[in-house]
Design a protein around this ligand. Structure first.
Ligand SMILES: [Zn+2]
Length: 142
């Protein structure tokens, strides 16, 4: 998988989903997926925009996340900057593609949102075999 270079985003620019996709040479759905896994957007009139600074932050955080191996049953918490166990064993799983899901839980430590992308086939192996996977909800019109 390609690793988008966070430095491509200009700190003082705003990007639409389409512009960010062009910038990082990824599909628009990839950028939409980023917005579901911690990339913050804001609304300007009818447009959904992403701050260049925020794109940098998100992609830099994701790199840190990839460098840290999460033990089974844990997810990487961006706030704690460490793998954490989801609070009360509550995890939401939403399918992204036929074969991958996004897991979301609350950090046991700081109560921040945590995400983990996982292959459906490996859910058992990474300690989330028990979660029930929901189909992604219809894309809000953007
Ligand atoms: Zn945390």
């Amino acid at each position: 998988m390609r690793r988008p270079d966070p430095r491509r985003a200009k700190v003082h620019f705003n990007y639409t989903v389409a512009e960010a996709a062009l910038l990082f040479d990824v599909h628009r759905n990839t950028v939409r997926n980023w917005t579901r896994t911690g990339l913050r957007t804001f609304r300007a009139g009818k447009a959904i925009l992403i701050l260049g600074e925020e794109l940098r932050r998100y992609l830099t955080d994701r790199r840190a996340e990839r460098r840290t191996a999460c033990p089974p049953g844990s997810m990487y918490c961006l706030r704690c900057r460490a793998p954490r166990t989801p609070a009360q064993g509550m995890v939401e799983a939403v399918s992204v593609t036929q074969t991958t899901v996004n897991l979301r839980g609350l950090c046991d430590d700081c109560e921040g949102f945590m995400h983990r992308r996982a292959s459906l086939a490996r859910l058992e192996e990474i300690g989330f075999g028990w979660v029930c996977v929901h189909a992604a909800t219809a894309e809000p019109s953007r």
